[in-house]
Design a protein around this ligand. Structure first.
Ligand code: NOJ
Length: 747
């Protein structure tokens, strides 16, 4: 109905392409986009805004649709998700090349923590606080994914999360806005490399815009109700940081924010993202979220859903089909101007041009390159390093760890010892032709590590879930024969992730009971906890002599764990999220307000802000993590004690490695604004440095305090630094503050 006659269009297109080639150097992409747009019918434009799932795998509720090929040929589809591998992407692209205008498809995929080579889950990796390492894993993921036909990853997830019941905490960088913003930046840089269009760059998609991490009660897809000030101060900065890093795209979110679904939220998408922040890329909806606005009760039908989403600034509809079914009618009914459609399409085409897909739609479909990239041994090294850096040493009584390489007999017990795929965690990609055997299990890792003088014994002991204790006796027997026991317990990998909220976050089944039996043997027991979220494990925390929180570490899990167990890597990670003692404490996070009746200790809970039946303290605080060595903090110096808004203070502190091992320390700088027109948190992370010190080595490091670090959003949502007193704290965790001083911001 909207078509121009075929030969005329083809001729015109040839002219455009020829012209494009000749003048490629001079013509800006924007001009090229305009010339393509001019050729497009309304239906073809709407097609660009339509994204389907390839039927191969699904990451959401599937809508059966066997007409995809035909629709692609008709120019009715702009992008596919969940299509992986050069062969498969090539075959879909060939179909798109049969369409009238031959506009290439974009292939999107959740490459969240690796493609073939799997890295630690993002929350684990965040605990490394190692921005270079984080950027590097994203870089490798992009290198593999782009070689395997992928143009676009739906990552990073930058949602701040304070509720470990929410299964998706595994996918983000934890609870802190400052750390989260830095990591968001690093991940976008890693995915996109030097520039879009490079052969190994994929477009990043920063998600979920916005505030999805604050779903009430930690229940996935739930509503979010928060003040604007909280939104701006705590939840939006990582998105802004990702934007500053140059992210190509954003994804909106499933939740409503203060009653308006994010997908149809004009304030978020048009006013903030595309308005105030000037974002030039495009916004994709989350899976089905355009249509889900009907369930939210915010629109009546698909027609209204499409109207709401497109008006609000959602450019591409993932899987709901509302755009496909209703946008043309909306234009016809004059509910939306074509200009609105044009704006969305231009944004999408712009990215397709930037990726170089108009020059060569099969640019990322080179099977030889795919093979080389997926088998690059360098990637495995990156995975091992990232995994080791993500392991958090929670407890190490009497320096039980590291284990001696001369240990005669080690009993390795637990349901996760020989697990293979579990180590991948949630959001792994099923890469065609690749099975999971390349993942190093914890058992293999230990086998690789120990010499012929050490004998390794194994017992499963129990399952991850269920009440069956039949394996306990064997486990105890095995433990009795050993000099040291290592017990590997935790969640199943799919217990944390999308749609994996849990009301009970203890270690499942009888695993802690197994630990009790093993401890009763009197043997030293090292516990490995594998999980996608902070779990509650008070019995283990209080009774096991040594605990490593190993999260899900990816392809090299086994080798990395073995490195840490035997001291070939000295653990350096620090928690990016507070670990509660009980579910009742949630939400619990370090940067809370003091309240009018602050509770300061557990002895006195009367008439203050606390629970009568629970400690006021978490089990492990934000920023906590041990090392095999120890660090002393000394000599805090400030270049001045009073600063004006246009000045800065240089802070120096000396860190000394006072232990026997070389090691890395994450030195954390916190500030407290003592009096504010808006109450300020007890402390806020404002900087950190990860430093490597040889045993006995001392180094003085410097931080800068400037206006930016003293500012917050006031009641009028202005970003201000208010004159007054500040407390400076430098420490090894949010609780373990080693040095303090005060300074004043003066007018
Ligand atoms: C839904 C998830 O919320 C989103 O993060 C993901 O990218 C899409 N599904 C696609 O798998």
């Amino acid at each position: 109905m909207y078509r121009k006659s075929q030969p005329a269009v083809l001729l015109l297109l040839l002219i455009v392409i020829a012209f494009t080639n000749v003048t490629a150097q001079q013509k800006s992409i924007a001009q090229k986009v305009d010339s393509v747009l001019k050729l497009m019918t309304l239906e073809e434009k709407i097609g660009q805004m339509n994204q389907y799932n390839d039927d191969h795998t699904a990451t959401g509720p599937v809508t059966l649709d066997n007409k995809k090929q035909e629709q692609i040929k008709n120019g009715q589809v702009g992008s596919l998700l969940n299509t992986v591998g050069t062969e498969r992407t090539r075959s879909w692209q060939q179909i798109a090349m049969q369409s009238r205008l031959k506009i290439p498809l974009l292939f999107g995929q959740d490459v969240i923590h690796g493609y073939k080579t799997t890295f630690p889950i993002p929350l684990a990796e965040a605990c490394s606080w190692d921005l270079n390492a984080i950027q590097q894993t994203a870089r490798v993921a992009a290198t593999e994914a782009s070689a395997s036909g992928i143009h676009w990853t739906f990552a990073p997830m930058v949602d701040i999360a304070r509720d470990p019941r929410w299964g998706r905490v595994m996918e983000g960088a934890g609870e802190d806005t400052y750390l989260g913003s830095k990591i968001a930046y690093a991940r976008v840089k890693g995915f996109q490399g030097n520039k879009l269009g490079d052969i190994n760059a994929v477009m990043a998609c920063v998600k979920h815009f916005a505030a999805y991490g604050a779903a009430i009660g930690g229940r996935d897809y739930n509503s979010v109700d928060m003040s604007d000030r909280m939104l701006w101060e705590t939840y939006l900065p990582p998105f802004k940081s990702a934007l500053d890093a140059g992210t190509a795209t954003f994804m909106n979110s499933f939740n409503d924010l203060n009653g308006v679904p994010a997908t149809g939220n004009k304030y978020l998408q048009r006013d903030i993202l595309k308005g105030k922040w000037g974002f030039k890329g495009f916004v994709v909806s989350d899976w089905g979220s355009v249509g889900e606005m009907i369930n939210h009760g915010n629109v009546k039908n698909e027609y209204e859903a499409a109207l709401s989403a497109v008006t609000a600034g959602s450019d591409m509809d993932m899987e709901s089909r509302c755009y496909k079914n209703s946008l043309a009618q909306l234009v016809k009914d004059k509910k939306i101007p074509v200009a609105l459609i044009d704006d969305a399409v231009k944004r999408i085409l712009q990215k397709k041009f930037e990726m170089g897909l108009f020059d060569d739609p099969y640019k990322f479909c080179n099977a030889a390159r795919e093979q080389a990239a997926l088998n690059d041994p360098e990637h495995v090294k990156v995975a091992k390093e990232a995994a080791a850096k993500s392991i958090v040493l929670l407890k190490n009584q009497n320096n039980l760890l590291p284990l001696s390489k001369n240990t005669k007999t080690i009993a390795f017990i637990g349901p996760l010892v020989k697990a293979v795929k579990q180590n991948k965690g949630f959001w792994d990609v099923e890469v065609p032709g690749v099975d999971s055997n390349f993942i190093v299990s914890q058992w293999e890792g230990l086998q690789n590590k120990v010499g012929s003088n050490t004998s390794l014994l194994y017992a499963k002991g129990c399952d991850i879930e269920g009440n069956n204790k039949n394996g306990f006796a064997e486990a105890v027997e095995v433990a009795k024969q050993a000099d040291v026991v290592i017990l590997s317990i935790g969640e199943r990998r799919d217990m944390s992730g999308e749609a994996k909220s849990r009301s009970n976050i203890t270690i499942p089944g009888v695993q802690e009971e197994l630990l009790k039996e093993l401890l009763a043997t009197g043997k030293p027991v090292v516990v490995l906890i594998n999980a996608g979220r902070p779990l509650v494990f008070n019995y283990t925390a209080d009774n096991a002599p040594a605990i490593l929180y190993t999260w899900w570490l990816g392809s090299e899990a086994g080798n990395a764990i073995a490195d840490v167990l035997f001291g070939d890597y000295n653990p350096s990670a620090k928690l990016a999220m507070t670990f509660p003692r009980s579910v009742g404490q949630i939400p619990i996070y370090y940067n809370h307000f003091n309240t009018g009746r602050p509770a300061t200790n557990d002895a006195n809970r009367n008439y203050n802000s606390s629970y009568n039946d629970e400690s006021i303290f978490p089990k492990y605080e934000f920023g906590y993590g041990l090392s095999y060595t120890s660090f002393q903090y000394s000599n805090l110096q400030m270049s001045k004690k009073k600063l004006k808004a246009n000045e800065q203070i240089e802070v120096a502190v000396t860190i000394t490695n006072t232990g026997k091992y070389d090691g890395e320390e994450i030195v954390q700088l916190y500030l407290r604004d003592k009096v504010g027109s808006i109450v300020r948190p007890m402390k806020e992370l404002k900087d950190f440095q990860k430093i490597n010190l040889k045993a006995g080595e001392a180094r003085t490091i410097k931080f800068i305090i400037n206006k930016e670090k003293l500012s917050f959003f006031n009641q009028q949502l202005q970003w201000v630094a208010e004159p007054g007193d500040f407390e400076l704290m430098v420490g090894a965790s949010s609780k373990d503050i080693r040095l303090k001083d005060n300074f004043e911001l003066i007018k």
